[in-house]
Design a protein around this ligand. Structure first.
Ligand code: HEC
Ligand code: HEC
Length: 355
């Protein structure tokens, strides 16, 4: 008796909805749920924190790391800091095809954004830095970046600039609180706060209306075409190494030029491991904030996102995308644009060297 009644009631409700044309959102919502279920198998929303296990992101460490990130007086010419190539104005990158380092020297690669990078498998296109902390320490002696000759020289500069009390406060009780090692740890602590939650995260957490219809079509295609085979996980990339140029040499599509630093075309991981099997293998970059960090690829050789998407399909999957597919995928990639952490957008006041 009850059963018949319920079935009858739901049948008439459905018929009525269809007649009134309000059935559409119902079906669309079903599709959204299926899309969400599929996406959840491949991607993850950003975590609350990217802190290292057992290492608290204390406010004094984060504040010191932020100061050092914006500090330009430690470089060999006193003119460049992390912020020069990883600016809040440009979503943690610099807009140049190739970054300009100390004394105007041109780097062989495009600056990646500094947002969300603690979540990646390793740092740099070649993965030659295991952590953001190691990356920050080694940048100090890179002849193209900071151009210092020794860590002692860096530590002396930091003392002269008035940083001793900052390090003492951030690393209390350590015999030598002001050290290159703690420079790395403090900058790393700051970077671990630079997560950029985006509409895609709200979607993954169940709010299927957080993304536009176009972006959802794009997500569907991103998975169907095969992009997610490489660009997956919490950062939509950054989890593995893959060959750049599966179907043909990448420079034929990107127009890349040989680089002096690599004595030819950039061979990615090969330059770090010297293993022929690593030739042209690059870390798959994260795609968070990709829509707002042009130009594209390891050498900034491609100016626009639709072009980068087309080239990816062609070079990595041997597919030619239609204009519509490109538009949708770009809309999906736009849903990965996050909010810049408020703390990063505000420049810090740095110490004045004691007289
Ligand atoms: C002169 C410009 C320049 C300066 C200064 C600079 N970077 Fe970079 N950064 C780059 C470039 C170019 C890359 C890409 C290098 C590569 O992949 O080989 C990069 C890559 C990175 C990455 C790796 C991101 C990823 O997705 O793999 C991190 C993290 C980073 N930089 C942080 C920093 C920090 C912290 C500082 C300051 C201590 C700094 N950078 C100083 C230009 C710069
Ligand atoms: C076989 C693995 C693989 C597949 C499949 C793949 N990619 Fe990539 N993707 C990479 C690698 C590796 C790079 C880095 C290339 C470089 O710059 O050296 C990259 C770079 C990119 C970039 C440039 C990111 C930046 O910040 O410069 C975009 C955008 C991109 N991929 C989108 C896509 C899209 C869209 C698809 C599907 C049509 C796709 N990828 C399929 C491996 C892959």
């Amino acid at each position: 008796m009850m059963k018949t009644h319920t079935r009858l009631a739901s049948f008439s409700a459905l018929t009525l909805a269809a007649l009134l044309g309000v059935g559409m959102p119902l079906w669309a919502a079903d599709g959204d749920q299926a899309l969400l279920d599929k996406a959840k198998q491949l991607f993850k929303p950003l975590p609350e924190s990217a802190a290292l296990e057992n290492t608290a992101l204390t406010p004094t460490r984060v504040a010191l790391g932020k100061a050092l990130f914006f500090e330009t007086r430690v470089s060999a010419d006193g003119r460049l800091g992390c912020v020069t190539c990883h600016s809040p104005s440009y979503f943690g990158a610099d807009t140049l095809a190739l970054s300009v380092g100390v004394q105007g020297k041109v780097l062989p690669r495009n600056a990646s954004t500094v947002f969300n990078t603690p979540l990646l498998v390793a740092q740099h296109f070649g993965g030659n830095r295991a952590t953001v902390e190691e990356q920050a320490v080694k940048a100090l002696l890179s002849p193209l970046a900071y151009g210092n000759t020794s860590y002692e020289q860096v530590e002396k500069k930091l003392v002269q600039l008035g940083y001793q009390p900052w390090f003492d406060k951030a690393y209390p009780g350590e015999a030598k609180s002001l050290s290159a090692d703690n420079w790395g740890k403090a900058i790393g602590a700051f970077e671990r706060t630079l997560l950029t939650p985006a509409p895609f995260d709200q979607f993954l957490k169940g709010d299927t209306q957080a993304m536009s219809r176009q972006a959802k079509l794009g997500l569907e295609q991103f998975m169907a075409v095969g992009c997610a085979g490489c660009h997956s996980g919490v950062a939509v990339g950054g989890q593995m190494y893959q060959k750049f140029g599966v179907t043909q040499d990448y420079w034929l599509a990107t127009g890349s030029t040989p680089k002096e630093a690599f004595k030819g075309y950039d061979k990615g991981r090969f330059h770090d491991t010297k293993n022929e099997a690593d030739a042209f293998i690059f870390k798959v970059p994260q795609l968070r904030n990709v829509a707002v960090t042009p130009p594209y690829f390891h050498d900034g050789s491609v100016a626009t996102l639709p072009q980068a998407v087309r080239i990816m399909a062609q070079l990595q999957l041997g597919k030619t995308l239609s204009n519509e597919e490109v538009t949708h995928i770009v809309a999906f990639l736009e849903s990965l644009t996050g909010n810049i952490p408020a703390d990063f957008a505000q420049a810090p006041v740095l110490p004045v060297a004691p007289h």
